[in-house]
Design a protein around this ligand. Structure first.
Ligand code: NAP
Length: 285
């Protein structure tokens, strides 16, 4: 029951009404028997500072932050965790006795998805397809996990070069045009292949990044961070080719679960969260 003691959590963004976070976070709250509620607050572009002041004034326990506020919110916080500092983006704010700390849980969400499946990225030759907004957390996660090598294939190399240069101080990264023979050579050695492009996402389910599957070793893990549909054409093709597959549900739920750990100090039930997410996605179809 919601009472005067119930603590408030929310996601802020613009727009935010489409967010699935309230669905799986409230499922986690209920499963853990926590006296929290998780909602969504739309925050217009010019209202971010007011929203964070409101968080302080109303003692809101925690927030998730989504587009377009992930970068700009940093300047209104009291401290920033290392992952968030390196990524230049905050997706979680913890209010501890009036002190606001910014975190980025996308990294743990991305890595946790693989580990939950029993896949250990350490020492693996890794190929990443696409390098847009989501790729920063992926690249940083792969570096921290100690992958053996990282090759990024994209359609527009000059556009991605600054991102690769930024992370090159932590690890040598190879950036290639994905239509080249050199990229196919990288594919032949891959042990982990990740799709971080939106190609294949609903409603464009017939699309797929240009992978020459003849070059991809069978049995490797193909990880698509898309979660609608549950099996993209990339994952279907990978499965039929003999690869292990993983979709983006675990990453989405994983970043939320890490936020919940930070806010409430509990180990949330990620299976309950995934079930709630799947049900909500089904209802949206
Ligand atoms: P993005 O910034 O728009 O694009 C990612 C990459 O895909 C970029 O390299 C982009 O290249 C490339 N790309 C986009 N459209 C393309 C096309 N038609 N042909 C070839 N390359 C194309 O996307 P994002 O924000 O990183 O998100 C990528 C996907 O991840 C989305 O489907 C998103 O829903 C999903 N996602 C999932 C999670 C999760 O928790 N599971 C979290 C975040 C994102 P250019 O720069 O050249 O356009």
């Amino acid at each position: 029951m919601i009472t005067g003691k119930t603590k408030t959590l929310a996601v802020i963004g613009n727009p935010v009404s489409h967010s699935l976070s309230p669905v799986f976070q409230n499922a986690a709250i209920e499963a853990a028997g926590l006296d929290y509620i998780y909602t969504a607050f739309p925050v217009a572009d010019g209202k971010l500072e007011a929203a964070i002041n409101g968080m302080r004034a109303m003692e809101i326990s925690g927030l998730n932050v989504t587009i377009p506020h992930k970068e700009r919110v940093m300047k209104y916080l009291d401290s920033i965790d290392r992952d968030a500092e390196i990524l230049g983006a905050v997706n979680t704010i913890v209010n501890k006795d009036g002190v606001l700390t910014g975190y980025n849980t996308d990294v743990k969400g991305f890595v946790g998805g693989m580990k939950e499946k029993g896949f250990e990225p350490k020492g693996k030759k890794t190929v990443l397809l696409g390098a847009g907004g989501a790729a920063r957390a992926i690249i940083w996660g792969l570096i921290q996990e100690g992958v053996a090598s990282l090759t990024i294939g994209v359609r527009n190399v000059p556009k991605v070069r600054p991102l690769v240069e930024y992370f090159s101080k932590y690890m040598e990264i190879t950036l290639l045009d994905w239509s080249t023979a050199e990229f196919e050579t990288a594919l032949e050695k891959a042990e982990l292949l990740i799709n971080a492009t939106p190609l294949g996402m609903c409603p464009y389910v017939e699309a797929m990044p240009p992978v020459n599957w003849d070059k991809v070793p069978k049995g490797i893990l193909a990880y698509d961070i898309i979660y609608t549909p549950a099996e993209t054409l990339f994952l279907k093709t990978a499965r039929e080719h003999g690869c292990e597959t993983l979709n983006g549900e675990a990453m989405l739920v994983g970043q939320g679960a890490e936020s919940m750990r930070l806010w409430a100090g509990i180990e949330p039930d990620t299976e309950v969260m995934k079930k709630a997410l799947r049900q909500a996605l089904e209802e949206r179809k």
